[in-house]
Design a protein around this ligand. Structure first.
Ligand code: ADP
Length: 580
């Protein structure tokens, strides 16, 4: 249990340390993330403004070049009607409002599309000839500031002088509509975004304003009030052709909001315009918040993984510990069991040792007693004055003791064969009634000497058994001899046999001294003798019943005793019936 708790504490501590490390790393990167997101956002806006500016400059320049190519070295014949060329340029190069030809007198003589060309318009008469004069005198393209068009909106006027050698032939005027440029390059920038785009020229004139179309053509510097100095600074930087990002406080009708402006110049020939993208600062805050949210989700996930991992480890360790504990318990149990078995084995060994000593002293005694009797008898036989009667008596004693010793040795040999499993049985089909009759015949004499009545109760036909005749006869004789031995004079012995549940049962009952209940099982142990005066008087070795038990069990049968002390004993054995 202790190991278990220790492991959990260690894992919890590791888990807390890991969570602290992850959390502190998260907080450390928090501030850095804000700065990086801000920087990247500004960079991105500036990049967008720069891309739009480059696009516009390229677009406008292409249109100027196309007219310049048209104007180069035109003969007096050619210039009478350049309309087909105008038409080709107009149609192939989108973005022109109109292309017109102005003769040397400053009068519009033709143009394309015709309905937009103010034919007959006299620049001198209208007092608008300065750009025309400048192009003619300097012999190079003049781009005038965007001016309102007749058809509405702003247009950029490109004046390209036409010379045939040294002779001035007139001016081709290409008008680019500002809305074409702005719709193509500026309007798409703010699609699906908050904020707006605007473009000004070098004088602060609004060329495009995505938020307020009504201010297009107005001058920002003039429009801005005193309190909008931040924006004014930015406009001035734009007018100078600078590039960069800046923040200003925009004052609306009801609220104030901080704006980030990214601006980039449009450098087109001698013109400098400036594209600006204005976005509320809250947009960046939203971006930062979304980055934080993702960071928090990541942190949460990492912490959850750490917690789950730790929990998993704790569960794993607990199970592991339980398995270990169970194993230790089972091993301890095994050891305790083995210990008990050792103690038992030890006791058994001691018992066996005692038995061995008892056996040695008993066998010595049993061998010595007849030897002493035989020696004494032999000495008496040797005496010269021993009468005939005495000599016969002595010879009887000697012969009886020889039988006694032979029986003892036979019993010992039988027991040894039983115990070592070497006893050989000659199985045959046996009819027990004849076996019982033979056994009675052998003990009849001894019983009558003791005045004991011997009865037999057998059924008319008794089933046969499978057994060894000699050995089973030895069992019955042994039981009958014991009955005679432990039954006082005028007693009675009955031997019965019957068939029962597929077995044949043999019972030898006597009216003898009986056996105490606690000794009923022990009498079948070798050398065991009930401790009583009569037993001692009767003598014996304590081997007979052990041999009987060995023989019956070798026949797969069972033997046991029943008794009432002082009234008699019954020894019963059962054997399997013979089956074909
Ligand atoms: P032994 O008769 O040589 O002593 P057994 O093994 O035949 O050896 O018998 C063991 C003991 O069992 C006897 O010493 C006696 O105490 C007891 N015993 C056996 N048969 C009887 C019986 N019929 N009546 C009373 N006691 C008996």
């Amino acid at each position: 249990m202790k190991i278990n708790r220790d492991n959990r504490v260690v894992i919890l501590v590791i888990c807390i340390i890991l969570i602290c490390i992850v959390a502190s790393l998260g907080f450390k990167t928090h501030g850095e993330v804000e700065e990086i997101v801000q920087e990247q956002f500004n960079e991105q806006q500036l990049l967008l403004a720069r891309q739009a500016a480059l696009g516009i400059a390229g677009f406008a320049d292409e249109r100027v070049t196309s007219i310049e190519i048209l104007a180069r070295d035109r003969s007096s014949d050619e210039i009478t009607n350049l309309t087909p060329c105008f038409k080709t340029i107009y149609e192939e190069t989108s973005g022109f409002y109109s292309i017109e030809f102005i003769d040397t007198n400053g009068v519009v003589v033709y143009g394309y599309p015709e309905y937009l060309a103010p034919i007959g318009y006299d620049l001198y008469a209208e007092n608008r000839s300065s750009a025309f004069d400048s192009a003619r005198d300097l012999r190079k393209t003049k781009i005038s500031s965007p001016t309102p068009l007749f058809g509405g909106g702003l247009g950029s006027f490109i004046w390209v002088p036409v010379y045939e050698g040294e002779n001035f032939r007139g001016v081709i005027l290409g008008i680019i509509q500002m809305s074409t440029i702005t719709e193509r390059f500026l309007a798409p920038i703010m699609q699906n975004r908050t904020g707006y785009v605007y473009m000004i020229d070098s004088k602060g004139l609004s060329l495009y304003d995505g938020a307020r179309s009504e201010v297009i053509g107005e001058n920002y510097i003039k429009m801005l009030g005193e309190n909008q100095s931040g924006w004014r600074d930015i406009i001035e930087k734009q007018m100078n052709g600078s590039e960069g990002t800046a923040v200003y406080l925009k004052e609306g009708d009801e609220s104030k909001s901080e704006q980030i402006v990214a601006f980039a110049p449009v450098r087109w020939r001698n013109k400098i315009w400036s594209v600006a993208i204005s976005v509320p600062v809250s947009e960046v805050d939203n971006l930062i918040r979304s980055v934080y949210a993702k960071q928090m989700i990541f942190l949460g996930t990492v912490i959850a993984i750490i917690l789950c991992g730790s929990l998993g480890l704790i569960v794993m360790f607990s199970r592991w510990n339980k398995t270990l504990e169970a194993e230790v318990q089972s091993k301890t149990g095994d050891m305790i069991r083995m210990n008990k078995e050792l103690v038992l084995a030890n006791e058994r060994l001691k018992e066996l040792d005692k038995l061995k000593s008892d056996f040695v002293s008993m066998v010595s005694h049993e061998l010595k007693t007849p030897l002493t009797a035989m020696r004494t008898s032999a000495q008496v036989l040797g005496l010269a004055d021993a009468g005939k009667e005495t000599k016969r008596e002595m010879l009887d004693i000697i012969l009886r003791n020889i039988d006694r010793q032979t029986n003892l040795v036979n019993d010992l040999l039988d027991l040894s064969r039983i115990e070592s499993g070497r006893m050989e049985l000659k199985f045959e089909r046996l009819s027990l009634d004849s076996l019982i009759a033979d056994s009675i015949e052998s003990v009849k004499q001894a019983a009558s000497v003791e005045g004991i009545k011997l009865d037999v109760e057998l059924p008319e036909s008794l089933a046969s058994v499978k057994g060894d005749r000699e050995k089973l006869t030895q069992v019955v004789i042994n039981l009958l001899n014991n009955a005679i031995k432990f039954t006082p004079r005028s007693g009675e012995i009955i031997i019965k046999a019957r068939e029962l549940n597929g077995q044949v049962e043999v019972k030898v009952s006597d009216t003898g001294i009986g056996i105490p209940t606690e000794d009923l099982d022990s009498v079948f142990n070798k050398f065991y003798q009930v401790d009583s005066t009569l037993t001692r008087e009767a003598g014996g070795t304590g081997l007979g019943l052990a041999i009987c038990k060995g023989i019956i069990e070798a026949h797969r049968g069972r033997i046991w005793a029943e008794s009432e002390l002082g009234k008699g004993s019954t020894f019963i054995f059962r054997l399997e019936k013979w089956s074909d």
